[in-house]
Ligand binder design. Structure first.
Ligand code: FCB
Length: 483
């Protein structure tokens, strides 16, 4: 694998502190942690169907039980309190509260989120709710899913239901988590639910996810108190050309268009980029897809942009020198609709258990680039973290120095971005708990808290204790080996 030279490690600055009021959190998502898949009226989402389809998820794992957060949320909130978390980012299972994706809400489903929210508030932890973290009610997929325009309207109804149920106690709302993954992995490469591999459907899904976001912001704004904030979370790709060649620059432009600007363009600037349309107009008729008024809807103002970051995306024109696998999972079908000839490379050979390259400079660049292009927009790192092969020692401890090093270097990148003028308001570690890592099942552990799935016992890892120290001091402690 070709390695790319990036900036050399910055010397630790004397000031390691974060701005006063910086929000320290941890994140999870409904299907990854809740379990209780068939309880209290919940019906299957596309991830239930997908995970129960042989061959789709490693080891045949499903989210049926997951980390059993649905039943253990009280203990989990107590653990959050022990860590000193200021906020908990969770997602709501649409099919738990509106099983068919339409019609009236199921009170028992809503009650779970009411109880969870109350428990958090009582513990002094801010609830941060994501409406959609990839688990579309199966009935809506059967009716056409995200490639169907109507799904966006169904999502707006669901947003209204949730804002009525929790609007008085949840202050920060995120419409969608990583719509790139929903559209391009769900309908393009097929490595995520619903597992379709149709380029036109992928682009249609992307537009309807954007529309769903805009309609939901409208619904939320109508029903939430003025103090509540709205946001969307994007997994922006920090795209780098492998070399200085014009061909690699062109590859980077294409991946930036279909990986990032397909969302930031309409959501933040009210326009689809012309180069994206040119790259993909042989696959979809954009003039037919985007109706009059859609862009105004999609670009409704948001209060915060959520950014998820794990690793940079290094690209070249020639796929033969790189790999087809871009880190999002192997498939015969590229998720990079319209640009499937592009090659992908690792930024370096320091890898996590996901085989993602560890490169904190990418997070610094992402945040400072966003601050430069959208200076008025507050930012929040809504996910960052790493999977490693954790295990419990005979003494019952989980020692994860690699995760501590990863978090330390990435938090330092956030701190440097703030020092360089980026308005970053908070940081959420992915993840609070080990959980169901999508098509990798339970084989990848991202948690600050270890979960023994056989007993559901929780063991805070060394990184959890380290993170608690960061939160207590609102600053980075000295790295191991430093004064
Ligand atoms: C992100 C997802 C999250 C988790 C991490 C590792 O793309 O939002 O659910 O799987 O990756």
């Amino acid at each position: 694998m070709t390695a790319v030279r990036t900036e050399t490690k910055a010397k630790p600055a004397a000031d390691t502190s974060f701005p006063p009021g910086f929000l320290w959190g941890a994140a999870t998502a409904s299907y990854q942690v809740e379990g209780a898949a068939a309880e209290d009226g919940r019906t299957p989402s596309i991830w239930d169907t997908f995970s129960h389809t042989p061959g789709k998820v490693r080891n045949g794992d499903t989210g049926d039980i997951a980390a059993d957060h649905y039943h253990r949320y009280r203990d989990d909130v107590a653990l959050m309190k022990d860590l000193g978390l200021g906020a908990y980012r969770f997602s709501i299972s649409w099919s738990r509260v509106q099983p068919t994706g339409r019609g009236p809400a199921v009170e028992r489903g809503l009650d779970f989120y009411r109880r969870l929210t109350d428990e958090l508030l009582e513990a002094g932890i801010k609830p941060v709710a994501t409406l959609y973290h990839w688990d579309l009610p199966q009935e809506l997929e059967d009716a056409g899913g995200w490639p169907q325009r109507d799904t966006a309207h169904r999502f707006a109804d669901y947003a209204e239901i949730m804002s009525r149920a929790l609007g008085d106690r949840v202050g920060l709302w995120t419409t969608l988590n990583e719509p790139w993954c929903s559209a391009f992995l769900g309908y393009g490469s097929g490595v995520h639910a619903p597992g379709r591999t149709d380029p036109a459907a992928t682009l249609r899904a992307a537009h309807h996810l954007n529309l769903a976001h805009g309609l939901a912001v409208g619904a939320l704004r109508t029903h939430l108190p003025a103090s509540a904030q709205t946001s969307i979370t994007l997994n922006l790709h920090q795209v780098r050309p492998l070399t200085d060649s014009p061909e690699d620059a062109e590859a980077a432009r294409r991946i930036d268009a279909v990986g990032n600007r397909i969302f930031t363009g309409p959501v933040l600037d009210g326009v689809y980029p012309e180069d994206l349309i040119a790259d993909t107009s042989h696959l979809v008729d954009w003039a037919e897809l985007v109706h009059d008024g859609d862009l105004e809807e999609i670009s409704r103002p948001i209060d915060v942009l959520g950014v998820n970051y794990y690793a940079p995306t290094v690209v070249s024109a020639a796929a033969s020198t790189g790999t087809k696998n871009d880190g999002h999972g192997a498939s015969d079908h590229s998720p990079w609709t319209g640009s499937d000839h592009v090659g992908f490379h690792l930024a370096n050979d320091q890898l996590t258990a996901m085989n993602w390259a560890i490169d904190p400079s990418g997070l610094h660049t992402l945040l400072t680039d966003l601050a430069a292009s959208h200076p008025q927009l507050p930012l929040m790192v809504t996910e960052n973290g790493a999977a490693f092969d954790d295990y419990v020692s005979p003494e019952g401890l989980v020692n994860d120095p690699q995760r501590i090093a990863y978090l330390h270097s990435h938090l330092d990148a956030v701190r440097r971005a703030v020092a360089d003028g980026a308005d970053v308001r908070g940081y959420f570690l992915w993840s609070l708990l080990d959980n169901f890592e999508w098509s990798y099942g339970y084989s990848k552990r991202f948690g600050a808290i270890y979960v023994d799935y056989a007993t559901q016992r929780r063991i805070p890892k060394a990184s959890a204790h380290w993170y608690a120290e960061v939160i207590r001091g609102n600053a980075l402690p000295a790295a191991a080996g430093q004064e």
